[in-house]
Ligand binder design. Structure first.
Ligand code: SAM
Length: 237
């Protein structure tokens, strides 16, 4: 846990409390336990979980220093990444964790209850459907996503959910610049503007990770997102 304690402070610029460190420990135990029965993560070494799931998620604080009091949606959250670590680190954050796979959301619901996280809600939906529904369209201050889709389709999943003046942050690997170039047309058409691409280096990992932050500067035209499945089959490029 000292790995998490030390490096979280570098990323967050504040100390995680003892209670928060215990919540991360408990999450690791639950993840490893449930992972024996369902496919939640390919990472099973606890210190790798700290780096690749927890610190990677907390690196979002490089772009948004205080998540407190914001409404965030994590699109394609899987077993809760990056949403769950953010909800632990920022208790005032209102986190909605969306995925189209029901059983992964069941894990998140169980873990949130076991950890006493009152700021996590799950949403079982396709991102495209959520983006067309009045309850979710243009409702979120911050939209985050990791390892969900190629960047042009991802923009169609995420930008409709961001409120005007809100932000989408796509967590990308080494091809972040090419990915973002490829999505230039989608970003513009969907009402976004590239704000920054931030390089993040995490302990023990050779390759940097990148946070592509896109500002929502105009409302998304009503015709987007298109129906479920279309953004990935016919991406805006
Ligand atoms: N974000 C998590 C992480 O980084 O560990 C999970 C990544 S997993 C590779 C991709 C997840 O995105 C899956 O759980 C999948 O169900 C979800 N997903 C993909 N396309 C989606 C869509 N259009 N709407 C909702 N969820 C989607």
């Amino acid at each position: 846990m000292s790995l998490l304690r030390a490096h979280a402070k570098e990323l967050l610029e504040f100390d995680l409390s003892e209670c928060q460190l215990r919540q991360f420990d408990a999450l690791t135990e639950l993840l490893l336990d449930w992972n024996q029965r369902m496919n939640l993560t390919g990472i099973t070494d606890p210190s790798e979980i700290v780096v690749k799931h927890y610190l990677d998620a907390l690196s979002l604080a490089r772009v948004v220093p205080r998540f407190d009091s914001l409404g965030l949606i994590d699109v394609g959250t899987g077993a809760g990444f990056p949403g769950l670590p953010l909800a632990i680190a920022f208790p005032q954050l209102r986190a909605t964790l969306l995925d189209s796979t029901r059983k992964k959301l069941h894990f998140i619901e169980h873990a949130s209850e076991a950890l006493g996280l009152a700021n996590v809600q799950t949403l079982h939906a396709r991102a495209e459907d959520a983006g067309r529904s009045g309850r979710h369209r243009e409702r979120y201050d911050i939209v985050v996503a990791r390892a969900v889709a190629k960047m042009p389709a991802l923009m169609e999943y995420t930008l409709p959910l961001a409120r005007l003046d809100g932000q989408v942050i796509a967590m990308r690997g080494t091809s972040a610049y090419e990915d973002t170039n490829e999505a230039a047309k989608a970003i513009d058409l969907l009402g976004g503007e590239l704000f920054t691409i931030e390089e993040v280096r995490l302990p023990t990992l050779d390759n940097p990770r990148y946070l592509a932050a896109i500002d929502k500067i105009r409302p998304t035209p009503r015709r987007f997102p298109r129906s479920a499945g279309i953004p990935s089959r016919q991406p805006i490029i």
